[in-house]
Design a protein around this ligand. Structure first.
Ligand SMILES: [Fe+2]
Length: 244
């Protein structure tokens, strides 16, 4: 069983298209999406439309959960907006614009997504979470102590925990026997090269599994210019984050 797992697309059309080309070559049986479809990119409606097309095409073999920014954009109020502008200005001003440019039907779609899901593939229990099993916004970063990660996932009975949120791919094999994989980010990768990242996971009929992070290049300069063209306050800072 071949599974492609994507996360943190953040309305980045160019990165998403390149990743989907790569995924189509992999010919997965299933696709899982771990949230953060929107916020900070330049084409939230296109991404939501394509995700709904994937849902239609793959049917029960497509799973999706909500990310913290899906929740933030679709439930935004004045207080949240003002706090965001103070704590992380370029994100706060992006948030203000994103609410205006995202279709109501797509805001409704991401607002209603579940925060987490458990699926079973060839006898292997897999938790799909955005941050960690206990918190949608918790950071499972690279190079944490194994005990710290054990604590973060202690409420889960899954064999594999798949997460995103930090935009940094990593993986842990823990003493408890659990495997934790942060799949990285399609549209706002924080790796040094800023390339898009997704995960290929293969589970055989005996329940043995292996995984590989796939690195996919896209035109970061072009995307950065799209962000600049949005022309909201502090968008230069946001645009610079796409460039290595
Ligand atoms: Fe994200």
């Amino acid at each position: 069983m071949k599974i492609a797992i994507i996360s943190d697309i953040h309305a980045n059309k160019d990165a998403f298209e390149k990743v989907m080309d790569n995924i189509n070559q992999f010919e997965p049986d299933k696709i899982f999406c771990l949230g953060d479809l929107i916020l900070a990119g330049y084409n939230p409606n296109y991404i939501c439309e394509k995700i709904l097309e994937l849902k239609e095409k793959y049917g029960e073999n497509f799973e999706i959960i909500q990310g913290n920014t899906d929740k933030m954009v679709s439930n935004c109020n004045n207080e949240l907006l003002e706090n965001a502008k103070k704590s992380f200005p370029c994100m706060g001003y992006s948030l203000e614009e994103d609410i205006k440019i995202t279709d109501k039907k797509y805001l409704d779609f991401v607002r209603e997504l579940p925060e987490k899901k458990q699926v079973i593939v060839n006898g292997i229990k897999i938790d799909l979470v955005h941050g960690s099993p206990r918190n949608q916004s918790e950071n499972i970063y690279p190079e944490l102590m194994n005990d710290t990660v054990e604590e973060m996932i202690s409420g889960s009975d899954a064999d594999i925990i798949l997460c995103g949120h930090t935009h940094l791919p990593c993986g842990y094999t823990l003493n408890s026997g659990k495997t934790v994989i942060n799949v990285g980010s399609v549209g706002r990768s924080m790796t040094k090269d800023k390339n898009a990242v997704y995960l290929q996971l293969t589970i055989d009929s005996e329940g043995r599994f292996y995984s590989e992070h796939k690195i996919v290049k896209y035109d970061n300069e072009k995307v950065s210019k799209h962000i600049l063209a949005r022309n909201f306050k502090y968008c230069e800072e946001l645009a610079s984050m796409y460039i290595a």
